[in-house]
Write a protein that binds this ligand. Structure first.
Ligand code: E4P
Length: 244
């Protein structure tokens, strides 16, 4: 499974790029809103400059910020033109009208990352519409099964049998989508977003995700282990004793 960074923070992106373990960057409007106010285009260009410096050619996902079909198409085409970075993927949210934009963009050769997918059926539609990537939101899928504020919406869909308990198990959702991809003709890749812990990253890999996009705050916990520190310390002090 490949690791992407889920961030628009330039220092965090640079520090991961320097270490060579990320093969892509995903951004979204909320992540961008955490950065100092300024030009959206200028900020994406700074991210591209960092990619070109450290790891030219890796994946970059940039999300449209509209739910209007025409506006989505306009923004997507403008991102492709303005950023002029061929590996760019345009993130379009899953939705009825959005499927049409995914279809049109994919048919025109634009790589689409269909984002905010929670269920197998959403992912299936995105794959059929031509999305190059489907982003499944691991943490939010799980939250959807327990969130008090979503109880009414959840029960209504359960009553209609549009959803059942399995739809709130992110590992089940990921395994199922992977099975669908592997048994079909498409080369769609599954990106797991909405990571809430290092255990989620491991579980996403075991469930068959092609990619996990990881918030930078988890990288240090991915690399650290108290037994590693202990043994490295032991090696150093044993050697120091022998050299003395
Ligand atoms: C993925 O592409 C999204 O940027 C992201 O992972 C959303 O996750 P959140 O639930 O942390 O907002």
């Amino acid at each position: 499974m490949k690791i992407f960074i889920d961030s628009a923070h330039l220092d965090d992106i640079e520090s991961a790029l320097k270490r060579g373990f990320i093969q892509g960057i995903t951004t979204n409007p909320s992540l961008l809103s955490k950065e100092p106010k300024g030009s959206f285009e200028g900020h994406i260009e700074k991210i591209i400059a960092l990619i070109k410096k450290y790891r030219p050619g890796i994946h970059l996902s940039v999300e449209v910020f509209s739910r209007d079909t025409e506006e989505i198409l306009k923004q997507a085409r403008e991102f492709v033109r303005r950023f002029n970075y061929p590996p760019i993927s345009i993130k379009v949210q899953i939705g009825w009208n959005e499927l049409e934009t995914i279809r049109q963009l994919s048919a025109a050769g634009v790589s689409v990352n269909c984002t905010a997918c929670m269920t197998v059926s959403q992912a299936m539609l995105a794959i059929e519409a031509g999305a190059a990537y489907v982003s499944l939101f691991w943490g939010r899928i799980r939250d959807g099964g327990v969130e008090e504020s979503a109880a009414a919406a959840r029960e209504e869909l359960k009553k209609k049998k549009a959803l059942d308990a399995k739809d709130f198990d992110p590992a089940f959702v990921t395994q199922s989508v992977r099975q669908i991809v592997d048994s079909g003709e498409s080369a769609t890749q599954i990106i797991i977003g909405s990571i809430r812990s290092v255990a989620d990253i491991r579980d996403a890999a075991l469930a068959g995700a092609h990619i996990a996009t990881v918030p930078p705050k988890f990288f240090s916990d991915m690399v650290k282990h108290f037994k590693t520190d202990q043994v490295v310390q032991q090696f150093l002090s044993d050697f120091k004793g022998w050299m003395a």
